[in-house]
Design a protein. Structure first.
Lengths: 571, 588
């Protein structure tokens, strides 16, 4: 580090005493529902974001009330696997402390929204009592480690899942701050090395995301993450992982120095090496990541600034040995397989479609109650998919009829009898709670899909999967830049429209229209969809077609993302 | 021998004594009769001070009985009594044994409870064994017929005095919210009864002289303009609490923190329409309103009558007007339980529909109503912080029973009708029993959940305005933090400016368990006790039915746990706080 001024968050970390800040004092002051600016940044490391209900903002002062502050809590679920007990507890807390819903995130975590400050400590403590936690669910550290949740595909899945949980444990911050603040842990004095042997006192320059994929499914979207491991299975045995680095979605509107980037697959490691590789990638990023400009601090920029070859070299140096050459692998898609599937262990797995990942009850669709009733009798587990869906997994043949009866009773049975377009949709939370959103996403995408489904039906594409994703801001939580159709909120009601992403998440998309009204999207995309239905080549994906038909230019890598945009896109 | 207290000079007494000593029994008898006949025609001034001693004992909460006691004493003095007024909070039952003549004026609150300042005395008087054989008494109760235990406390005092051997010299009066006439009648009768025959003064019917018409007050409420009327609860709340700011410019009305504002509401337009329809009238009928004059029925229903509160009294009058056999049966003594059940959750409109299916004449209809009572609200502002303004914090009462939407008369008048620019009739009702400490350095602890926070906004504003240095601590609670934290932004400023030292909050519906202000008090028990030991005053405002009792109990438990005291000692400690006026309540 030079004497250049560091990004503001670096100083917050430095003076935080390993993530303590003044969080405890802030929690005690209930005259306001908010926390100090510094503590808001530190709270992310503990798994919670301060938000406020933006729907209510305009009138609060008139009522002599402060903003309607509350907190989002993100629960880490490494590999996305939760026990029925954990599901029931999450469900209970959603009622008692949150807004009555559970959000299944695009990174296989549970999210609560609307937790007020006076309930924050208690909720986090109760989450920990269920053998889940929230530490490092957000913040400049390694976050929830994602893993392909499909146990029916391969017998190596259990092994891969274990690896993901092992990496998660290894990279969890070691500071006692979390225990002191939330779990009434004792204060312990220790040296810096003891406190945070991997991260040190300034942690990472920015968030860090790890996934593990089991081909042919790229459901975890390895190209959109900082570090990914691609399971290599030879003769039904897990032999190791390809290592991919430098993916990431976030960018800033109007700033071409920021861009989404696909990960580079740089080598191969054995199962025994995987923890070490994960740690050393983190260390390279810790030592070489940019700490002066937060918008340039993700690993993807470190890789681009120095080149993937340099990165591999540096990594090998940190490892003290060389990664092996990349092995062959093939991804077919990044979606989920709905409905019942029998696993290799003779148990059954049901993937349900959860619109927007939001588990809630409505009068006509009491899904949350139904899932609660299922959890009460379920003897397997629940798996959160990277596409915001839910798998009722490892159902014994004896239990299956009981579960099917409940699915029927609560109207959940046919959750996936929807257009393939809808089944391949993802939306981030956005309004009203997310502070970053510029437009609606989760609340709006279902409506937009209904409009597009009219075109889809007319074109006879009901069963043809097209990935479609919407976010309220350019930070990319729903990974919109690698979907075939992407919408990124630009201003209220308006979106940047992206086309041409790869169906397996292997190619970035390109902006087709800037700041375009959502209510004209059907008119904009209808003709393209019909064109696709009419003129696609056998097996051709919508994203590929958009490029071949010349609607957008292909984006080969992140640095090209803002290039070759057609003039009419900005018209 | 004439007593020294007789209204004669020593010389006169000497001459009279020597004269009287020479008379025989017959002569003395004739003389007394002659003098009595003479006295009845002379002016009262001619026979002063011969009437004896009188104690007017009052138990007050809102100040009404105190005001009546004050008037009674002044009037009795004019008639020659050595009259004194005593607050129930200042005496013990044994003190009454020495009293000759005793007039008791006491109000009843809520479900038959003694007024705030008289709770201890009432309890002691009902249980202690004192001999009151020589006492001649009469009781005047104040109450509200819309409550089942109407004038309960007055009735209890009346019966207890008799049981303890005192002699009732005039029948008890049970006054409704519009107490003026019944009180006047009672006072005249009671005073007459205790005036010695030898004096034989017939008091002139007592007329309360209202202040000059230019002065605004009880008899002449001020039409106050609404400056601001806003909802304090955020969108998403189950509550409806309004903040209303009224102009006192030109009124001459003054108040202190702790006082109440009396509001004269008008009835809800849809309710009076329903009543007119149920009675099968048009509203354009002309009727005579006592003390007001001729008026159109609709106007009288809107402005003069209580057209909602159902009580046994109202049903009796309705029974007379309708001769409904069903209603008459309901009013039989043995149908007591059915009557209670019928009244519960119903209003006058239901009774008219149920028992007067053929309608009522305008005169008969008006005959069943009592006068529309004023409502009191604890003032939420300091006159120093808001000169020429008075603010209220009002919870709009709305609920549904028996298939009808019910509305609190005055609270919904203030929220629905008293919009910015409208006028509201008001006067100030002082409350000497709810006052900031005289010394600005004295710490204060304030417990005010819900609209109970109103006077504490006034207190804190006031202390901020005068730059008081005493510490202050507010316990506030309501249903939900996000939506019901009344005056949140203001408390934040007071805290920031060190004008409020501590704030503790209890929101009952934010977590699985109900959490109330008393729970927060117990959590902070050590510090509360420390503040009390430093001389803090302890204030409670708000719900009387449960909160006040729970807070009281919490206070006792705090003294037990942190003052190392037995239950009895702790109760005494708290009782002493009350006696020292360091524990004051404004509960309703």
């Amino acid at each position: 580090m030079s004497d250049q001024k560091l990004a503001a968050n670096e100083y917050i970390k430095i003076r935080s005493n390993y993530l303590r800040g003044t969080i405890q004092e802030g929690l005690a002051d209930l005259s306001t529902g908010s926390m100090s600016e510094d503590d808001q940044q530190l709270l992310k490391f503990h798994g919670t974001y301060q938000q406020d209900d933006r729907d209510l903002r305009p009138n609060r002062r008139k009522h002599k009330l402060d903003k309607a502050y509350s907190f989002m809590i993100r629960i880490r679920v490494p590999g996305g696997v939760a026990t029925p007990h954990q599901w029931l507890e999450t469900d209970r807390m959603a009622t008692q402390f949150a807004n009555g819903t559970i959000k299944l995130t695009t990174r296989q975590a549970f999210q609560f929204h609307g937790i007020i400050k006076s309930n924050l400590k208690r909720t986090i403590a109760e989450i920990n009592q269920t053998a889940m936690d929230t530490i490092a669910a957000c913040g400049d550290v390694n976050r929830n480690v994602m893993c392909n949740p499909n146990p029916y595909l391969t017998s190596v899945h259990a092994e891969v899942l274990k690896v993901s949980q092992q990496i998660s444990d290894h990279l969890t911050p070691a500071t006692r701050a979390y225990h002191e603040i939330w779990l009434d842990g004792e204060k312990v004095e220790s040296s810096e090395e003891e406190i945070e042997p991997i991260y040190g006192k300034t942690y990472l320059p920015r968030k860090f995301k790890i996934t593990i994929a089991v081909p042919p499914s790229n459901d975890v979207d390895i190209y959109a993450n900082c570090l990914s491991f691609i399971a290599i299975v030879e003769k039904d045995k897990l032999v190791g992982f390809n290592v991919a680095v430098g993916g990431g979605m976030g960018m800033t509107h109007g700033s071409e120095e920021t861009y989404p980037r696909l990960a580079d697959v740089i080598g191969f490691c054995t199962v025994e090496q995987v923890n070490d590789v994960a740690e050393k990638v983190v260390l390279v990023q810790r030592d070489f990541g940019c700490r002066t400009e937060r918008k340039h601090a993700r690993l993807k920029y470190t890789v681009d600034d120095h080149g993937p070859e340099w990165f591999l070299e540096k990594l090998n140096e940190y490892l003290g040995y060389n990664l092996g050459p990349v092995r062959d692998f093939k991804f077919e898609d990044n979606g989920d397989r709905y409905g019942w599937v029998e696993g290799v262990n003779g148990k059954f797995n049901l993937t349900l479609f959860i619109q927007g990942g939001r588990v809630l009850d409505t009068p006509s669709y009491p899904m949350r109650t139904g899932l609660r009733e299922i959890a009460k009798i379920h003897d397997g587990d629940f798996r959160l998919t990277a596409n915001q869906n839910l798998m009722i997994a490892n159902v014994s043949p004896e239990k299956r009829p009981e579960i099917e009866k409940l699915l029927e009773q609560y109207g959940i049975k046919d959750s996936h009898l929807k257009s393939a377009l809808r089944l391949n949709s993802i939306a981030c939370v956005a309004l009203p709670t997310c502070a970053l959103s510029l437009a609606e996403a989760e609340r709006y995408l279902p409506e937009l899909l209904t409009e597009l489904e009219e075109v889809i039906e007319e074109a006879g594409l009901r069963h043809d999967a097209i990935t479609i994703r919407m976010t309220g801001c350019p930070n990319g939580c729903a990974r919109p830049y690698i979907s075939e159709i992407g919408f990124v909120g630009r201003s209220p009601g308006c979106y940047n429209v992206y086309l041409g992403g790869g169906f397996a998440g292997q190619r970035l998309s390109k902006m087709y229209r800037e700041n375009f009204p959502g209510n004209e999207v059907k008119t904009l995309l209808g003709p393209i969809i019909k064109h696709y239905a009419k003129e696609r080549i056998e097996g051709e994906r919508f994203g590929d077609f958009c490029i071949r038909a010349g609607y957008v230019a292909a984006t080969e890598q992140g640095k090209d993302f803002h290039k070759n945009i057609k003039e009419e896109a900005r018209a | 021998m004439l007593p020294e207290s007789s209204p004669f000079s020593p010389d006169q007494r000497k001459s009279l004594d020597s004269l009287l000593a020479g008379f025989d029994a017959l002569q003395r008898g004739w003389l007394s009769g002659f003098l009595a006949a003479q006295s009845s025609t002379v002016t009262t001034a001619a026979a002063p001070a011969a009437a004896g001693k009188l104690t007017v004992l009052y138990g007050t909460e809102s100040g009404n009985t105190e005001e009546l006691a004050d008037r009674a004493v002044k009037e009795a003095k004019k008639k020659g009594f050595k009259a004194v007024m005593k607050n129930m909070s200042d005496i013990s039952p044994a003190d009454l044994a020495k009293v000759d003549h005793l007039l008791v004026i006491v109000s009843t609150w809520g479900d038959g409870e003694a007024p705030e300042t008289a709770v201890s005395f009432h309890k002691a008087f009902m249980s202690e064994d004192v001999k009151l054989a020589g006492v001649k008494f009469s009781v005047c109760g104040l109450g509200d017929t819309s409550y089942e235990k109407f004038c309960e406390i007055g009735k209890q005092f009346d019966a207890r005095l008799e049981a303890l051997g005192a002699t009732r010299v005039a029948p008890r009066a049970d006054c409704d919210v519009d107490f003026e006439d019944a009180y006047t009648e009672w006072f005249a009768a009671a005073l007459k009864a205790i005036t010695p025959a030898t004096v034989a003064v017939v008091p002139a019917a007592y007329e309360y002289t209202s202040p000059a018409s230019t002065e605004f007050g009880k008899k002449n409420p001020f039409p106050s303009e609404v400056i601001e009327n806003l909802l304090l609860n955020g969108e998403g709340s189950a509550k409806e609490t309004i903040h209303i700011e009224l102009s006192l410019t030109g009124s001459g009305l003054q108040y202190e923190p702790g006082d109440a504002l009396a509001v004269q509401p008008t009835n809800c337009p849809s309710m009076l329409k329903d009543i007119i329809n149920a009675a099968q009238l048009t509203g354009t009928e002309e009727i005579e309103v006592k003390g007001v004059g001729k008026k159109l029925l609709a106007d009288a229903l809107r402005e003069d009558f209580d057209i909602t509160a159902l009580s046994k009294a109202v049903l009796k009058k309705l029974a007379e007007a309708t001769s409904s056999a069903m209603l008459i049966a309901l009013l039989e003594e043995e149908a007591k339980d059915q009557l209670r059940e019928y009244i519960d959750g119903r209003e006058i409109i239901d009774a008219i529909i149920d028992f007067a299916p053929n309608g009522l004449s305008a005169v008969a209809l008006c005959g069943i109503f009592r006068k529309l009572p004023i409502r009191l609200y604890s003032i939420a502002s300091s006159p120093l912080a808001h000169p020429d303004e008075v603010h209220l914090t009002v919870a709009a009462v709305r609920y549904e029973t028996h298939g009808r939407t019910r509305k609190g008369v005055c609270s919904t008048y203030l929220s629905d009708i008293a919009k910015t620019g409208e006028n509201v009739s008001v006067f100030v009702q002082p409350n000497k029993n709810f006052r900031l400490p005289a010394d600005d350095n004295t710490p204060i602890i304030m417990v005010g959940p819900g609209t109970g926070v109103a006077p504490f906004r006034s207190f804190v504003e006031h202390r901020a305005a005068i730059g008081a240095t005493g510490k202050s601590w507010l316990f506030f609670g309501d249903q939900r933090y996000t939506y019901d934290f009344l005056y949140q932004l203001e408390w934040q400023d007071f805290l920031k400016n060190k004008q409020l030292t501590k704030l503790d909050l209890a929101f009952s519906r934010d977590q699985p368990e109900k959490v109330y202000v008393q729970d927060k008090m117990v959590e902070q028990g050590a510090e509360i006790y420390a503040w009390l030991e430093q001389g803090a005053h302890f204030y409670v405002c708000g719900d009387a039915s449960r909160m006040a009792a729970d807070v009281h109990e919490a206070l006792i438990s705090i003294v037990i746990n942190h003052g190392a005291k037995s239950r009895e000692q702790a109760e005494e400690y708290v009782e002493n706080l009350k006696k020292a006026k360091r524990y004051q309540r404004d509960v309703y």
